[in-house]
Design a protein around this ligand. Structure first.
Ligand code: PLP
Length: 450
């Protein structure tokens, strides 16, 4: 770590990992795409997060939707982290990873009655999204005791970042109880008075595209609300503040920016009382913990020139970089080009399109990008895809979900472990109703009622 050798994914280290992956048979003519996760980098990112918060009492959770992979969650749990989950599936994944229930937080804007009951039964912390959900929780709490920490998500309505779809604290966001609407704050304060077990305030201002001062402004609103509730209660009713996640990631180059240290400094300036020890804190980072600790590699099958435009037909497309393909301005990715043996190509730059295998014309992960000339058999690498990419596939064209491999270069050499196998054709068929091929053919001809 001191040498800076694994300061995230620098080009030299990635080249080494890629060459080792080819040599190990993890990429090639039949292994046409794979995701890679940097175990050393993940541990280092967790370390930076912990160091940034210092001695403050914090439960750091990982937002599972950023990379719902059981071995990764176990790695994070091993490093002391918990999980933020937002569906029964994510909860099951966290439990399968062995994350202690006391380190799991359930957030989601639309939890069913059954989900809530399960969470309270397990003792998983729950943040209610709205006052209707809070009323449901109140009924459950009155019926049976629970170890769950219970909170309420508020929307501080502090504004939006540069990507509307990623901004959860806008005036009209679907998330949380708005604080600035007429009468809303009063209703929130009354809810805390009515429910003495309600002990947490949750805020998550947003994700990619939200600047630090916007996130800090949202946290300040949550903290002020907690102070108001506690003052009225005459006790520390709100004992923990869940600050959400949302640290943006730099997709332009290798640098990690902003850093967790910068985020904590911003929080300290905007909300000095946050770190005075009266509040336990929860964080829920996703993208910033994993994005730069992963990349996706895909094989180039063919190249062509069409209308003067050079196009590489690769296995990196919308099925694994959905947001990038559909919202290229909001989610651009760096692309690098490697020879079939993994060695990086550096010379002969020219504008090229990097197209995927999906059957629609817009399936391009890069357009007119100046890159070394791509040749058939090459590998293209999509950088910074450790979060929300390889594990957020899109089922279009029923392309098998690629494998995800973890790697470590600690101690020299490159060691790999498969985190998730490539989906098999049988699994693709099973997902497509393959266990009931006759479901429809007989539906319109009811047999003899006899
Ligand atoms: C998505 C989400 C997060 C994680 O956001 P990142 O931008 O990945 O850090 C945290 N909390 C909640 C409630 C979320 O919905």
């Amino acid at each position: 770590m001191e040498t800076g050798e694994y300061r995230r994914m620098d080009a030299g280290r990635r080249e080494r990992v890629l060459a080792a992956a080819v040599a190990a048979g993890l990429l090639g003519a039949e292994q046409v795409a794979a995701g890679f996760l940097d175990v050393d980098g993940v541990r280092e990112s967790v370390g930076e997060l912990r160091t940034a918060f210092g001695a403050a009492p914090v439960l750091h959770t990982f937002a599972v939707k950023a990379a719902p992979l059981v071995p990764l969650l176990r790695l994070l749990a091993d490093a002391g982290m918990g999980c933020e989950v937002a569906s029964p599936g994510e909860l099951a994944i966290a439990l399968a990873a062995g994350v202690p229930v006391g380190r799991i937080v359930l957030d989601s804007p639309a939890k069913s009655a059954g989900e809530l009951a399960q969470a309270l039964d397990l003792g998983v912390a729950v943040n209610a999204d709205n006052l209707q959900e809070l009323a449901r929780i109140a009924e459950l709490v009155e019926d049976a005791s629970t170890r769950s920490v219970l909170g309420l998500r508020v929307n501080p309505q502090v504004g939006v970042g540069s990507i509307g779809a990623m901004s959860t604290a806008s005036e009209h966001s679907k998330f949380g109880v708005p604080l600035r609407d007429p009468g809303a704050r009063k209703r929130v304060v009354a809810a805390f008075e009515r429910h003495p077990w309600l002990s947490r305030i949750h805020v998550h201002v947003g994700s990619q595209g939200c600047p630090l001062d916007l996130i800090a402004a949202g946290v300040r609103e949550a903290w002020e609300l907690a102070e108001e509730v506690n003052e009225r209660a005459g006790r520390q009713q709100v004992s923990t503040l869940d600050l959400g996640g949302g640290l943006p990631v730099n997709f332009q180059d290798e640098q990690v920016r902003p850093t967790y240290a910068e985020y904590v400094a911003e929080l300290g300036a905007a909300v000095p009382g946050l770190f005075d020890g009266r509040y336990g804190l929860v964080t829920e980072f996703g993208r910033s913990l994993v994005a730069k600790n992963g990349f996706t590699a895909a094989r180039v099958e063919y190249t062509k020139v069409v209308g003067g435009r050079r196009i590489a037909l690769t296995h990196a497309g919308a099925h694994l970089a959905t947001r990038t393909v559909f919202m290229p301005d909001a989610w651009p990715l760096r692309v690098s080009v490697h020879r079939p043996d993994g060695v990086r190509r550096l010379s002969g730059e020219e504008p090229q399109d990097v197209a995927g295998p999906c059957c629609f014309a817009g399936d391009l992960v890069a357009r007119g990008r100046t890159l070394p000339r791509i040749e058939p058999g090459d590998l293209v690498v999509l950088e910074d895809t450790g979060g929300y990419y390889t594990s957020a596939p899109w089922g279009y064209n029923s392309i098998a979900r690629p494998a995800v491999h973890g790697f470590s270069t600690a101690g020299g050499g490159v060691r790999f472990a498969t985190v998730r196998r490539r989906q098999t054709p049988a699994e693709v068929v099973a997902e497509a109703g393959g266990d009931r091929p006759d479901a429809l053919t007989g539906l319109d001809s009811p047999g003899d009622p006899g």
